[in-house]
Design a protein around this ligand. Structure first.
Ligand SMILES: [Mn+2]
Length: 335
């Protein structure tokens, strides 16, 4: 059961130290929804302070921080306010947070080491759009719409928190990230209405997309070339896949976080229905599924305790590439 936006807002109003966070390896939706909410709540704080001043009441300023385990990737750093996002490693205050808002995270583990900042008295709010979300919060708001950014947009609007350039730019990036720039099936009429409204605040859609997408390093382009020339295809299951070892990454001179979106690239193969991009990561293999038609890849990822959406899901496992492929292909055969 979801809590209402007004219950969540009441909790925010009552809390003085608020921590916003999202999943590790942050994407445009984590950064966009988090920054949009941070800026909205900062304005709310000013508003509450003004109201208290007018009444001659004492007001304790809210501290609102947006902290992620990992650093914000280069292609998301163009946002006007991205400097406000803190990396856990650089965070050294000893606040006791009253409230922690987890964004775009299907389960509590997804926030990684930021979990250390929670104390016994911290209330957790879970705001997310993944079908695999397990309602881990003390308060939950989970809705299966395009993005967490769309939920934050609805929240700010319904709670009458005024948007501005910075909020709009952030939320627009979240939409672009999760709808594949309005290409995926989660692109609804509500999404277009939201986008249209955000543009009224003076943001430049073409500039956002250019900053977000046209930032491939030489290494990343070379690794794309390798993936495109060496991928494998299972004709019966219409499964296209590629396994990238750490050696491949070293040879191409790319970092692990330079490899996002390669599964989607593979899915563009005309005959493919599902793509699986596998990547060695220490003792684990990380997998990323994309689905073009009606194969539910959230279910496929569940085999490895992962999840996400019907058309995009991920997992991390200690199993070998061969074992992973066998499990996936066998399950696809059954369907
Ligand atoms: Mn998302």
């Amino acid at each position: 059961m979801n809590n209402s936006f007004s219950e969540i807002l009441d909790l925010i109003k009552k809390s003085n130290r608020i921590l916003l966070t999202g999943h590790t390896s942050p994407d445009g939706d984590v950064v966009g929804s988090g920054l949009g909410l941070l800026l909205g709540l900062s304005d709310l704080n000013k508003e509450l302070k003004k109201e208290a001043d007018e009444k001659g009441e004492i007001y304790l300023d809210k501290t609102i921080r947006f902290i992620l385990e990992d650093k914000v990737p280069d292609n998301l750093n163009f946002l006007k306010h991205s400097i406000l996002i803190e990396e856990l490693e650089n965070y050294d205050s000893k606040y006791e947070f009253d409230l922690m808002i987890c964004l775009d995270s299907g389960n509590y583990k997804r926030i990684g080491k930021v979990e250390q900042l929670k104390s016994l008295n911290t209330v957790v709010i879970n705001i997310d759009h993944h079908v695999s979300n397990d309602n881990f919060g003390d308060y939950n708001y989970v809705e299966y719409i395009s993005s967490t950014s769309e939920i934050i947009y609805n929240f700010l609007n319904e709670m009458k928190i005024q948007l501005n350039y910075g909020i709009s730019e952030s939320l627009y990036l979240g939409l672009v990230n999760d709808t594949g720039n309005f290409r995926h099936s989660n692109t609804t009429s509500e999404v277009f209405k939201m986008a249209s409204n955000l543009v009224k605040y003076g943001i430049e859609p073409s500039e956002i997309v250019r900053n977000f997408s046209n930032t491939n390093s030489m290494g990343r382009l070379k690794i794309m070339g390798k993936v495109l020339s060496d991928f494998k295809f299972e004709d019966n299951e219409k499964l296209v896949y590629y396994y990238m070892s750490e050696k491949d990454m070293v040879e191409a001179g790319v970092e692990s976080d330079d490899t996002g979106g390669l599964g989607e690239l593979l899915l563009s193969y005309e005959k493919a229905s599902v793509s699986l991009f596998l990547k060695e990561s220490g003792d684990f293999i990380k997998g990323s599924f994309r689905s073009k038609y009606d194969v539910d890849v959230n279910k496929l990822a569940n085999n490895f305790d992962g999840g996400g959406h019907k058309k995009a899901a991920g997992f991390k496992t200690e199993k070998s590439v061969e074992e992973i492929l066998e499990i996936v292909i066998n399950q696809m055969k059954l369907n």
